[in-house]
Design a protein around this ligand. Structure first.
Ligand code: IDP
Ligand code: MG
Length: 182
Protein backbone atom coordinates (compact mmCIF):
# COMPACT_ATOMS: atom_id res chain seq x y z
CA UNK A 1 0.00 0.00 0.00
CA UNK A 2 1.38 3.39 -0.90
CA UNK A 3 0.24 6.47 0.93
CA UNK A 4 1.67 9.85 0.02
CA UNK A 5 -0.38 12.45 1.81
CA UNK A 6 0.95 15.93 1.78
CA UNK A 7 -0.25 18.88 3.81
CA UNK A 8 0.25 22.04 1.83
CA UNK A 9 -0.23 25.57 2.98
CA UNK A 10 -2.46 27.53 0.66
CA UNK A 11 -3.60 31.01 1.56
CA UNK A 12 -2.78 30.36 5.21
CA UNK A 13 -4.97 27.26 5.27
CA UNK A 14 -3.91 23.65 5.30
CA UNK A 15 -4.86 21.82 2.13
CA UNK A 16 -4.25 18.08 2.12
CA UNK A 17 -3.50 16.39 -1.11
CA UNK A 18 -4.28 12.75 -1.49
CA UNK A 19 -2.00 11.36 -4.16
CA UNK A 20 -2.65 7.79 -5.19
CA UNK A 21 -3.50 6.39 -1.76
CA UNK A 22 -4.83 3.22 -3.35
CA UNK A 23 -4.21 -0.44 -2.81
CA UNK A 24 -1.84 -2.31 -5.04
CA UNK A 25 -2.78 -5.63 -6.50
CA UNK A 26 0.33 -7.74 -6.98
CA UNK A 27 2.32 -5.29 -9.08
CA UNK A 28 2.76 -1.56 -8.70
CA UNK A 29 0.27 0.14 -10.99
CA UNK A 30 -0.03 3.79 -10.03
CA UNK A 31 -2.13 4.59 -13.10
CA UNK A 32 -5.06 2.64 -11.71
CA UNK A 33 -4.87 4.73 -8.54
CA UNK A 34 -5.80 8.00 -10.25
CA UNK A 35 -8.56 9.92 -8.50
CA UNK A 36 -10.92 12.69 -9.53
CA UNK A 37 -13.56 14.91 -7.99
CA UNK A 38 -17.05 14.58 -9.40
CA UNK A 39 -19.90 16.67 -8.01
CA UNK A 40 -23.60 16.57 -8.76
CA UNK A 41 -24.55 20.24 -8.79
CA UNK A 42 -27.71 21.60 -7.09
CA UNK A 43 -29.83 21.27 -10.25
CA UNK A 44 -28.79 17.62 -10.57
CA UNK A 45 -29.68 16.93 -6.92
CA UNK A 46 -33.05 18.72 -7.28
CA UNK A 47 -33.81 16.69 -10.39
CA UNK A 48 -33.01 13.42 -8.56
CA UNK A 49 -30.15 12.56 -10.90
CA UNK A 50 -27.72 11.49 -8.16
CA UNK A 51 -28.47 7.77 -8.53
CA UNK A 52 -28.30 7.92 -12.33
CA UNK A 53 -24.90 9.60 -12.21
CA UNK A 54 -23.46 7.23 -9.62
CA UNK A 55 -24.75 4.31 -11.69
CA UNK A 56 -22.80 5.48 -14.75
CA UNK A 57 -19.51 5.71 -12.87
CA UNK A 58 -20.02 2.40 -11.10
CA UNK A 59 -20.97 0.56 -14.28
CA UNK A 60 -17.97 1.98 -16.11
CA UNK A 61 -15.78 0.26 -13.52
CA UNK A 62 -14.61 3.15 -11.38
CA UNK A 63 -14.34 2.84 -7.63
CA UNK A 64 -16.12 5.20 -5.25
CA UNK A 65 -13.70 6.24 -2.49
CA UNK A 66 -15.49 9.27 -1.04
CA UNK A 67 -18.99 10.76 -1.10
CA UNK A 68 -21.00 13.37 0.80
CA UNK A 69 -24.06 15.57 0.47
CA UNK A 70 -23.39 19.11 1.57
CA UNK A 71 -24.53 22.68 1.30
CA UNK A 72 -21.32 24.01 -0.22
CA UNK A 73 -19.76 26.77 1.91
CA UNK A 74 -19.01 30.00 0.04
CA UNK A 75 -15.29 29.62 0.88
CA UNK A 76 -15.06 26.29 -0.94
CA UNK A 77 -16.99 27.61 -3.93
CA UNK A 78 -14.88 30.73 -4.30
CA UNK A 79 -11.69 28.68 -4.17
CA UNK A 80 -13.08 25.99 -6.45
CA UNK A 81 -14.02 28.58 -9.10
CA UNK A 82 -11.11 30.93 -8.37
CA UNK A 83 -9.99 30.99 -12.01
CA UNK A 84 -13.42 32.19 -13.16
CA UNK A 85 -13.65 35.14 -10.75
CA UNK A 86 -13.36 37.72 -13.53
CA UNK A 87 -16.00 36.15 -15.75
CA UNK A 88 -19.32 37.99 -16.06
CA UNK A 89 -21.24 34.87 -15.07
CA UNK A 90 -19.21 34.32 -11.86
CA UNK A 91 -21.75 35.80 -9.37
CA UNK A 92 -24.57 33.78 -10.96
CA UNK A 93 -22.37 30.67 -10.89
CA UNK A 94 -21.70 31.00 -7.16
CA UNK A 95 -25.37 31.69 -6.50
CA UNK A 96 -26.33 28.58 -8.50
CA UNK A 97 -23.81 26.38 -6.73
CA UNK A 98 -25.01 27.61 -3.33
CA UNK A 99 -28.71 27.29 -4.21
CA UNK A 100 -29.03 23.79 -2.72
CA UNK A 101 -27.05 20.74 -1.73
CA UNK A 102 -24.27 19.28 -3.83
CA UNK A 103 -23.17 15.63 -3.85
CA UNK A 104 -19.39 15.55 -3.92
CA UNK A 105 -17.66 12.30 -4.82
CA UNK A 106 -14.18 10.98 -5.36
CA UNK A 107 -13.85 8.26 -8.00
CA UNK A 108 -10.75 6.18 -8.58
CA UNK A 109 -9.45 4.13 -11.49
CA UNK A 110 -7.36 4.00 -14.64
CA UNK A 111 -7.41 7.34 -16.48
CA UNK A 112 -10.41 8.41 -14.40
CA UNK A 113 -9.83 12.15 -14.89
CA UNK A 114 -9.98 12.05 -18.66
CA UNK A 115 -12.66 9.36 -18.79
CA UNK A 116 -14.87 11.35 -16.42
CA UNK A 117 -14.62 14.45 -18.57
CA UNK A 118 -15.72 12.39 -21.56
CA UNK A 119 -18.61 10.92 -19.58
CA UNK A 120 -19.65 14.39 -18.40
CA UNK A 121 -19.54 16.05 -21.83
CA UNK A 122 -18.88 19.58 -23.05
CA UNK A 123 -19.25 22.49 -20.61
CA UNK A 124 -21.86 24.01 -22.92
CA UNK A 125 -24.65 21.47 -22.69
CA UNK A 126 -25.97 22.44 -26.10
CA UNK A 127 -22.70 21.07 -27.54
CA UNK A 128 -22.57 17.98 -25.32
CA UNK A 129 -22.95 14.67 -27.11
CA UNK A 130 -25.87 12.33 -26.39
CA UNK A 131 -24.71 9.63 -24.00
CA UNK A 132 -22.83 12.12 -21.84
CA UNK A 133 -24.38 13.34 -18.58
CA UNK A 134 -24.74 16.88 -19.86
CA UNK A 135 -25.83 15.71 -23.31
CA UNK A 136 -28.58 13.59 -21.77
CA UNK A 137 -29.80 15.79 -18.91
CA UNK A 138 -29.00 19.44 -19.60
CA UNK A 139 -29.88 22.02 -22.23
CA UNK A 140 -27.94 25.08 -21.03
CA UNK A 141 -24.42 25.87 -19.83
CA UNK A 142 -25.74 27.69 -16.76
CA UNK A 143 -27.39 24.50 -15.38
CA UNK A 144 -25.08 21.75 -16.49
CA UNK A 145 -25.78 19.25 -13.69
CA UNK A 146 -22.30 17.97 -12.92
CA UNK A 147 -18.68 18.89 -12.25
CA UNK A 148 -15.59 16.79 -12.97
CA UNK A 149 -11.95 17.82 -12.50
CA UNK A 150 -10.19 18.67 -15.75
CA UNK A 151 -6.64 17.43 -15.01
CA UNK A 152 -4.83 15.19 -12.54
CA UNK A 153 -3.24 18.21 -10.86
CA UNK A 154 -6.55 20.03 -10.54
CA UNK A 155 -8.17 16.83 -9.26
CA UNK A 156 -5.64 16.62 -6.42
CA UNK A 157 -6.33 20.22 -5.44
CA UNK A 158 -10.11 19.85 -5.68
CA UNK A 159 -10.17 16.61 -3.67
CA UNK A 160 -8.13 18.36 -0.97
CA UNK A 161 -10.53 21.28 -1.02
CA UNK A 162 -13.75 19.29 -0.73
CA UNK A 163 -12.65 16.33 1.41
CA UNK A 164 -10.74 15.73 4.62
CA UNK A 165 -8.25 12.87 4.47
CA UNK A 166 -10.32 10.74 6.84
CA UNK A 167 -13.34 11.00 4.52
CA UNK A 168 -11.58 9.05 1.77
CA UNK A 169 -11.61 5.28 1.98
CA UNK A 170 -9.07 2.99 0.34
CA UNK A 171 -10.67 -0.37 -0.28
CA UNK A 172 -10.30 -3.43 -2.45
CA UNK A 173 -12.90 -4.32 -5.07
CA UNK A 174 -13.70 -8.00 -5.59
CA UNK A 175 -14.01 -7.55 -9.35
CA UNK A 176 -10.56 -6.05 -9.75
CA UNK A 177 -9.29 -8.97 -11.83
CA UNK A 178 -12.22 -8.50 -14.26
CA UNK A 179 -11.33 -4.83 -14.75
CA UNK A 180 -7.52 -4.89 -14.80
CA UNK A 181 -4.73 -7.24 -15.70
CA UNK A 182 -2.51 -5.81 -12.95
P1 IDP B 1 -16.36 22.71 -16.71
O1 IDP B 1 -17.39 22.62 -15.60
O2 IDP B 1 -16.80 21.92 -17.93
O3 IDP B 1 -14.98 22.35 -16.26
P2 IDP B 1 -15.53 25.50 -16.68
O4 IDP B 1 -15.11 26.29 -17.88
O5 IDP B 1 -14.49 25.11 -15.69
O6 IDP B 1 -16.33 24.22 -17.21
O7 IDP B 1 -16.66 26.34 -15.96
C1 IDP B 1 -17.11 25.96 -14.68
C2 IDP B 1 -18.61 26.11 -14.63
O8 IDP B 1 -18.96 27.48 -14.80
C3 IDP B 1 -19.38 25.39 -15.73
O9 IDP B 1 -19.55 24.01 -15.48
C4 IDP B 1 -20.69 26.13 -15.70
O10 IDP B 1 -21.48 25.74 -14.57
C5 IDP B 1 -20.21 27.58 -15.45
N1 IDP B 1 -20.04 28.31 -16.71
C6 IDP B 1 -18.99 28.26 -17.56
N2 IDP B 1 -19.16 29.08 -18.61
C7 IDP B 1 -20.37 29.67 -18.42
C8 IDP B 1 -21.15 30.62 -19.17
O11 IDP B 1 -20.73 31.10 -20.24
N3 IDP B 1 -22.34 30.97 -18.65
C9 IDP B 1 -22.83 30.48 -17.47
N4 IDP B 1 -22.14 29.58 -16.73
C10 IDP B 1 -20.93 29.18 -17.20
MG1 MG C 1 -13.59 23.33 -15.03
Amino acid sequence: MSFILRGLLSGGRAVYRARAPCLHYGSVAPDICERTLVAVKPDGVQRRLVGEIIKRFEKRGFKLVGMKLLQAPEGILSEHYHDLQKKPFYPALIHYMASGPVVAMVWEGHNVVKSSRLMVGETDSSQAKPGTVRGDFSVHISRNVIHASDSVEVAEKEIGLWFHRAELVSWETNDHIDLYQV
